[in-house]
Design a protein around this ligand. Structure first.
Ligand code: 9MR
Length: 345
């Protein structure tokens, strides 16, 4: 296994040990034959010290195939919606952690790590916060971060502190209430606040359409470089990676690497690929291989389990079909993860 250059507390080694320990105690077969090929996504990712996660909705916990697939295949989770502002603080100062707590409790019972999504986002923002301006909004943002990150202190591996703050042209998006009211400075204020609220969590900036070298990822890159130069606390960048079979991945790995070279970890945070069959599997494979080729790429999270529960269900973008059958894309990812494990291990 390669050594992680991460200085954050959740090292790849620790995760690998955790994952194998969990699998050993749950009786899941670890290896087949002499090739030591792992049989699940989480276990195969753990061979190179990485995680393989999924977005989940606790509303589906009553469905046995959902929970079985979750527990068997994944060693990291993120709440698809339950930790967003409109859910966690629906009225000012009144927090509701019921859904998020279910996600964390399930993860802890299974030895999975948890990504936190998301503290500050212009979308799915509570109505009351959209009415605030200036200092009142700034204080509400600080209180929200303290309330949510404080509640989950010590339980979150990585927080998406700020989500989707950039426009396609690489400038700050001007349809954000935070941007309109507070200007560029709200992002670093959010990161500084989050560091104090949970010093053990890695703090990520997360966005979409940054899946290559382009104007938008250049804008994010410049911000991260500036934060590193000025000592603003940032540990990781999340690349959502909502793709289709026609996505251009020619600079995907190079893009991950240039962020890693700034001294942050990189994570693939919301992977899904509209399409089917081999074309879809090829995109999943390429993304997986890119992460494996970048030492600071800590893991991959897919944005849901069966196609039918996806936010883009009609595009069948996930690794399992509506009957929880493994798709061609699933096997492409598993195979890619296993080749890295045997080569690096
Ligand atoms: O998958 C989420 C869907 O259930 C919600 O209705 C939607 C609301 O905006 O958010 C979806 O998740 C988004 C994520 O939080 C941020 N990146 C884009 C995701 C897909 O829209």
């Amino acid at each position: 296994m390669k050594n992680s250059s991460s200085v954050r507390p959740r090292s790849r080694t620790a995760l690998a040990l955790l994952a194998s320990g969990v699998l050993a105690t749950s009786g899941v077969g670890l290896f087949t034959g002499t090739a030591h090929a792992a049989e699940t996504l989480g276990e195969s990712a753990a061979q190179s010290g990485r995680y393989f996660g999924t977005a989940i909705e606790p509303g589906y916990f009553g469905e046995q195939p959902y929970v079985n697939t979750l527990n068997q295949e994944f060693n990291s989770v993120v709440a698809e919606n339950n930790m967003k502002w409109e859910t966690t603080e629906p009225a000012q100062g009144q927090f509701d952690f019921s859904g998020g707590d279910q996600v964390v409790a399930h993860a802890e019972s299974q030895g999975m790590q948890v990504r936190g999504h998301t503290l500050v986002w212009h979308s799915q923002l509570a109505q009351w916060a959209q009415q605030l301006s200036g200092d009142a909004l700034n204080q509400a943002m600080i209180d929200h971060i303290n309330g949510v990150a404080g509640h989950y202190q010590g339980q979150i591996a990585s927080w998406d502190v700020v989500n989707e703050a950039f426009d396609e042209d690489g400038t700050r998006r001007d349809d954000s209430h935070f941007q309109q009211q507070l200007g560029d400075g709200y992002i670093e204020e959010a990161f500084r606040t989050a560091r104090e609220a949970d010093p053990n969590a890695q703090l990520c900036y997360n966005d979409y359409n940054t899946d290559g070298i382009n104007a938008k990822s250049n804008g994010v890159y410049d911000m991260v470089a500036d934060f590193k130069a000025r000592g603003v606390p940032i540990d990781c960048v999340g690349f959502q990676t909502h793709l289709s079979t026609s996505s251009d991945l020619s600079t995907y790995q190079e893009n991950l690497q240039r962020f890693a070279d700034l001294g942050v970890n990189v994570q693939i945070t919301e992977l899904d690929v509209g399409g089917s069959g081999t074309a879809q599997a090829d995109v999943y494979r390429a993304v997986t291989q890119a992460c494996l080729a970048v030492e600071r790429c800590e893991g991959i999270t897919v944005w849901g389990i069966p196609d039918t529960y996806s936010w883009r269900a009609e595009e069948t973008p996930l690794l399992f079909d509506g009957n929880y059958q493994k798709k061609e894309a699933y096997y492409a990812v598993l195979e890619a993860l296993n080749s890295a494990g045997t080569h690096q291990g």
